[in-house]
Design a protein. Structure first.
Length: 407
């Protein structure tokens, strides 16, 4: 019922958004005499903000068509290397660039947003790396006959993606996938898999959520596992290809994140309104661009969501050394030659300080020279992988770590 009610509201708001957008444009049209009324800019700006906030959103595009390599402008195209039911391995092919630069797999979070949330991460790493990314699919678009998807499947996907890229690749996991990426590295190391990553960079990941618990961690632990299954898992309406699939809806995840920092979001929209009134379109467009991405959400298969809540946030099986993959105990001590870099943000309100760093302690068989920790001062969760501090401060640390272990 909740999903159907949301779809009805979404349809109604889509019409209201279109009408508001029409009204805003009409009030700003030079041919309209009312456009010169002193009140019109205020009303037009208010309608513009409402139209943007209520507009329906689908999967955004990465939008890369070029990058700079060794001072030269080169064309970039997207290439699907491997397709799977719940995601695909995407490569950003840089035309005219000789082979030899490090291959980098960026593991995007499956946490309600599309992989395009890491657009800034990809853009910054493109000039010096052959970049691949896990492009996860919206679960409501996956037909039931394609089966379920859980944490074990996520690990399998990461391993298969690395094997498809081939030996010598590096891996960068942002937030939630730090756990399955770390587990995949341990499994591949134990098996002597030649495609195991040379380095694994984990950024703001919940490796051990017992360290500095945040509000997100508290919500996951203060209720029993059954509560999540009964209250947040919904069935996809049959108007979608995945009709009948049980999912954790992206709109619920977005609602939770918005509620955590509601004041900041209201201030952002108020500031956008003032920029529109003042005619500062560039500043307003920057805010719009952020929310276009932030509000573009997708669903997660119920099995993956519930297993993650149980294994990562409630039982803490990985740091306890009790996490299994398809019935097999994951041996973190098997990691002996994968360079681990743990990156945390000082002001991260999603994964608290120490949660990612804990991975370095768990890898007891790894020499100290293969471990590195970096704490970005004054940086929140989103700023770890996007924005100026990422580009100018954090990314160089990641690049140096990859270069150090490239051979």
């Amino acid at each position: 019922m909740l999903y159907n009610a949301y779809e009805m509201q979404r349809s109604l708001l889509a019409g209201a958004s279109a009408m508001a957008n029409f009204g805003s444009e009409w009030l700003q049209n030079p041919a309209n005499p009312l456009a010169y009324n002193g009140f019109s800019p205020l009303l037009a700006s208010g309608l513009d903000v409402f139209a943007h906030a209520s507009a329906p959103r689908g999967k955004p595009a990465f939008g890369f068509d070029h990058t700079i390599v060794d001072g030269k402008d080169v064309a970039v195209t997207e290439e699907i290397v491997l397709r799977k039911p719940f995601g695909q391995l995407k490569r950003f092919r840089r035309h005219g660039v000789a082979d030899g630069q490090p291959k980098l797999l960026i593991v995007a979070p499956m946490s309600g947003h599309y992989a395009t949330l890491l657009r800034g991460t990809v853009e910054r790493m493109l000039p010096k790396h052959d970049v691949y990314i896990t492009d996860w699919r919206d679960a409501k678009l996956v037909p039931l006959e394609d089966g379920l998807f859980d944490l074990d499947d996520y690990i399998d996907y990461v391993i298969e993606f690395l094997e498809t890229i081939g030996p010598g690749a590096h891996m960068l996991a942002v937030c939630q996938p730090s756990v399955p990426a770390y587990a995949a590295a341990a499994i591949m190391s134990a098996d002597g898999n030649p495609a195991r990553p040379r380095t694994l960079t984990m950024m703001g990941g919940p490796l051990d959520t017992r360290e500095a618990p945040t509000q997100v961690n508290t919500v996951a632990t203060q209720r029993p596992h059954s509560w999540f299954e009964q209250n947040v898992i919904q069935t996809v309406p049959f108007l979608y290809p995945g009709g009948g699939r049980r999912v954790y809806p992206g709109f619920l995840q977005l609602t939770g994140f918005m509620a955590m920092n509601l004041g900041n979001h209201l201030i952002s929209h108020w500031t956008m309104f003032k920029h529109l009134v003042q005619g500062d379109e560039d500043s307003a467009d920057a805010t719009k661009a952020f929310y276009d991405e932030y509000r573009s959400v997708c669903d997660m298969d119920a099995e993956f969501y519930l297993q993650t809540i149980d294994v990562v946030f409630q039982q803490h099986l990985l740091p306890k050394g009790e996490m299994t993959h398809r019935g097999r105990l994951i041996d973190l001590g098997a990691i002996t030659d994968v360079g681990l870099l743990a990156v945390e943000g000082e002001k991260d309100d999603i994964s608290g300080l120490g949660q990612t760093k804990a991975a370095l302690t768990m890898s007891k068989g790894l020499p100290k020279s293969f471990k590195k920790y970096y704490m970005a001062k004054g940086v929140g969760h989103y700023g770890i992988f996007n924005g100026r501090r990422w580009r100018e401060v954090i990314a160089p640390v990641v690049e140096d770590w990859i270069a150090k272990h490239a051979a």
